[in-house]
Design a protein around this ligand. Structure first.
Ligand SMILES: Cc1cc2nc3c(=O)[nH]c(=O)nc-3n(C[C@H](O)[C@H](O)[C@H](O)COP(=O)(O)O)c2cc1C
Length: 184
């Protein structure tokens, strides 16, 4: 049994949104975390500093993609601060919202951007997610062999009926990965 529990760790759920979908998914994530006795903080990226992110043991970050692979505006405004954050020893998990049929050449691209911006911070990424069950042409958020996204991909436009199960499966995975990595 793991000695490290996510329920005694500091967890933040940080989102940016234009039309509210990413906030809705962030709230579902909060509810799922409660099932594991995790009381997280829910924060809009407009209201956070890199120092505050560094105080979390696990930061779960959510970003939608806009305008053909574009970055949600509030996350884009946060870029210069984010790349300078010191997240060594911290864990980060990403979720990205997009529309795989409407924007199949740019599906959840902004989540890939966020992963790239986190590289200099030293954060360890958990929560990679299989591409099975999605139909799209290209995405910036894929690993090298294109079998995994760098985080949870959610499509409220085309597959909203799959969102609840995807979130609950992913949170189970996050809890397991966090506790085994923290115990190692
Ligand atoms: C004008 C427009 C451009 C979009 N561009 C993309 C895109 O390039 N890639 C993608 O995956 N989704 C794209 N989407 C879909 C949004 O990411 C999706 O609707 C998302 O749920 C919006 O999240 P939000 O409500 O948190 O802003 C676009 C949607 C619109 C209306």
């Amino acid at each position: 049994m793991s000695a490290v529990s996510l329920s005694t760790s500091r967890v933040g759920v940080i989102f940016g949104t234009d039309t509210g979908n990413t906030e809705d998914v962030a709230e579902k994530i909060m509810t799922e975390l409660e099932n594991y006795d995790v009381v997280a903080e829910l924060i809009n990226v407009t209201d956070i500093s890199p120092e505050a992110i560094a105080e979390f043991d696990l930061a779960i970050m959510g970003i939608p993609t806009w305008d053909f692979g574009g970055i949600q505006a509030d996350w884009e405004d946060f870029e210069d601060a984010l790349v300078l954050a010191d997240l060594n020893g911290k864990m980060v998990a990403l979720f990205g919202l997009g529309d795989q049929f409407g924007y199949g050449d740019f599906f959840v691209d902004a989540m890939g951007w966020l992963q790239e911006k986190l590289e200099p911070t030293g954060a360890s990424l958990i929560g990679y997610w299989p591409t099975d069950g999605y139909e799209f042409e290209a995405s910036r958020a894929l690993n090298e062999d294109k079998t995994l996204f760098c985080g949870l991909a959610i499509d409220e436009d085309q597959q909203f009926e799959l969102t609840d199960k995807r979130v609950s499966d992913w949170i189970r995975q996050i809890v397991n990965e966090y506790e085994s990595a923290a115990a190692a």
